[in-house]
Design a protein around this ligand. Sequence first.
Ligand code: LLP
Length: 420
Amino acid sequence: MDPFLFRGNDLYCEDVALADIAAEYGTPCYVYSKAFLLSRCRAYSQALAGYKHLVCYSVKAASNVYLLKILAEQGLGCDIVSGGELFRAKLAGVAGRKIVYSGVGKSAAEIRSALEYNILFFNVESEDELLLVNQTAAEMGLVAPVALRVNPDVDPLTHPYISTGLKENKFGIPIVEAERIYLQACNDFKNINFVGVDCHIGSQLINLSPFKDSALRIRALIEKLQLHGLKLDYVDFGGGLGINYDGEDVPEVSQLVDLFTGVLAGLDLTLVLEPGRSIVGNSAVMLTKIQYLKNNSEKRFAIVDAGMNDMVRPSLYNAFQKIEKIVSPQQSVVEHVFQYDIVGPICESGDFLAKDRGFSELYKDDVLAVMGAGAYGFSMSSNYNSRSRVPELLVDGASVTVIRARESYEDLVRGENLGR
Ligand code: LLP
């Protein structure tokens, strides 16, 4: 389902015209669709029905507690990577038994708080980390549930900055060393209980073959461990399923799930997935208003009120985010298409949302929607240039709820020592 559709000339989110939202709440802002989130939860639960599973939404993609609550109500757990994300998951009422903890650099304090909350398991990424988890658990008189994050050394065929499953990446334990580490640690670490194996090979994958390659390698590892008498309960294949940003042919959730369950046939395991983008990516747009237009002999620039601090993906990854005018001009009025760079107010040349995009003539005060903004949009925003972070709004049918208020200038300096 696509909740962002034109009715006449107006782009809507569910039953609310985005123009009305821009007028009432101001720009920039993020607008999420609840119906879309529910439909993505259903896509996962339907695809996984009949297979023991747990979907742990990857909190980093969009971390708002209100959104987490909606997903938790649908039965999703959380994949967290920090104490802050654990705090959010707790606020959203997610039970410890539905939380997996990933990430290469967990601190002792973070490990401790996750053990206190009785999480399902840690995805441990190095022998050093294993040591610390064991030591922390020992101090607390507990046994820590652990899966090793294995790096299967497959090329995910995605942007190098978001690929994680190659041996040159910092993530995980090389698959060739995993068997040794499992067996050695079973002997050495009395406060570790190996319950699973984990991998996550990258993000925005639109080709299923890397998933298959890595799943086959993980299966082979599981079978080797079984021969040594180590029986695991969980296999966690991470997240990574891509979404449609620009008409890409993206696999369905059910295709990915069928692939995994097919590879796992005959093994008695609970399948854990950690989707982020494929749940929230197309649930939201970011609205931004044109403040100035500037033409030089080379280019037309539309200077909008959102900058790279509000949406960093184009600047950081050269990512393509589709942009729509929320009130489209009458076809009869569209005589020419002009090429525009859509740029922000930040003092950096890299501050752009789009380059060389064709639009009918743009005007001051036109509002643009940056599509596919739900994943790694607000969650990667910052206060750079001392800009207040923008509000997040949730549409449910015809109603709009502010799920995060626009920051004030006071919020900007909170915690700073303002002197005497
Ligand atoms: N699990 C782990 C261990 C991860 O590192 C990630 C994402 C996920 C799950 C969720 O992956 P997803 O289903 O969303 O692909 N900021 C980048 C994406 C970074 C992904 C980081 N890890 C972007 O804007 O494209």
